[in-house]
Write a protein that binds this ligand. Structure first.
Ligand SMILES: Nc1ncnc2c1ncn2[C@@H]1O[C@H](COP(=O)(O)OP(=O)(O)O)[C@@H](O)[C@H]1O
Ligand SMILES: CC(=O)N[C@@H](CCC(=O)OP(=O)(O)O)C(=O)O
Length: 294
């Protein structure tokens, strides 16, 4: 028993250099819909976020909710399809997307953080014009003919303008922002934004030290299924061309590249279902997942 206490004290002591490194740092944490666990796992995640804030880090949470949107669309008998990890979104779909993301999921996370003694505030890209979007224009290249075509994904938004002042105000007053990936259009449209894309835009706008993308795999895997611990831009391009990075991993790696170009210190793609994933990544030498840095 005594030895356990000493080990606990040693772990706390070993956190000192990391606490010093991240003192006052902004860390954007994106929790994917697949990484959201049951109430116990959510409470543990929320506790770790409150601990970070207590240690003078400034966590900003951006969440997804793809599987939960999918369930609701199914109940409402609305068909849905994904192209390159993005949901083709019509008017009926975007209504459901906003309801599920800004409503149920956002408030679940807010409540979980508040239950641990934090002060969380739920927002979407619409609040204070945080994230203004335009219709996403995605191009795909046919690998055989090399011909490029533009995809029409409907009301899928690409962030084009950020107004992060509201986040700074909240952070300075010790609030923890929890952001749903819904964006405002310039002509009153509501846009469905991929959660990773939203997290990247927020991290870029805030020049965050770290962007953590929490998902349901332990990192970016190679063709043999092994996690690649460090990735360069060239690695990402090759793996995507070869189809090893596909589906939901495409918006994550694209986001990582863009975030780094906008001044984010580093991006980590890691398994959010692992207990204390964020604390291990930030405060110990046992960081897990795939690290992408400039
Ligand atoms: N090279 C790869 N390495 C790891 N996962 C990959 C890769 N290519 C595709 N994936 C898929 O991407 C998924 C993560 O994306 P997604 O389902 O959108 O997660 P989230 O809901 O957490 O955003 C993984 O569960 C995996 O099936
Ligand atoms: C355009 C687009 O695909 N939007 C996503 C938004 C939610 C999301 O990104 O959720 P995850 O992080 O859990 O995947 C969607 O409709 O599913």
């Amino acid at each position: 028993m005594k030895r356990d206490w000493i080990a606990t004290a040693r772990t706390l002591s070993e956190a000192l250099p990391y606490l010093q490194r991240y003192d006052g740092a902004t860390v954007v944490i994106k929790m994917g819909g697949h990484a959201m666990g049951d109430d116990t796992a959510m409470a543990a995640f929320a506790r770790d976020i409150v601990l970070m804030k207590q240690c003078n880090l400034h966590p900003i949470i951006v969440h997804g909710g793809g599987p939960q949107i999918g369930e609701m669309l199914k109940r409402l008998a609305i068909r849905s399809e994904f192209v390159n990890g993005l949901r083709v979104t019509d008017e009926a779909t975007v209504e459901v997307v906003e309801m599920v993301l800004s409503g149920r999921i956002n408030k679940r996370i807010v409540q979980a953080i508040n239950a641990q003694g934090g002060k969380a505030v739920g927002l979407s890209g619409k609040d204070a014009n945080l994230v203004i979007c335009e219709k996403a224009m995605k191009t795909v290249k046919d690998p055989d003919s090399n011909i490029e075509s533009v995809l029409d994904l409907g009301l899928v938004g690409e962030p084009v303008e950020m107004h992060p002042e509201v986040l700074r105000t909240f952070i300075e007053s010790d609030f923890i922002p929890v952001i749903a990936p819904v964006g405002a259009g310039r002509n009153g449209e509501t846009f469905n934004v991929n959660g990773d894309t939203m997290a990247g835009a927020i991290a870029g706008g805030m020049k965050a030290e770290r962007l953590l993308l929490l998902t349901d795999v332990s990192g970016v895997k190679n063709a043999e299924g092994e996690v690649i611990t460090q990735l360069t831009r060239a690695d990402v391009e090759t793996l995507t061309r070869e189809g090893v990075i596909r589906g939901g991993m495409i918006p994550k790696t694209e986001t990582a590249m863009k975030a780094i170009d906008s001044g984010v210190g580093a991006v980590v793609i890691l398994d959010g279902r692992a207990p204390h994933a964020c604390l291990l990544e930030l405060f110990t030498e046992h960081g897990a997942g795939s690290l992408i840095r400039p």
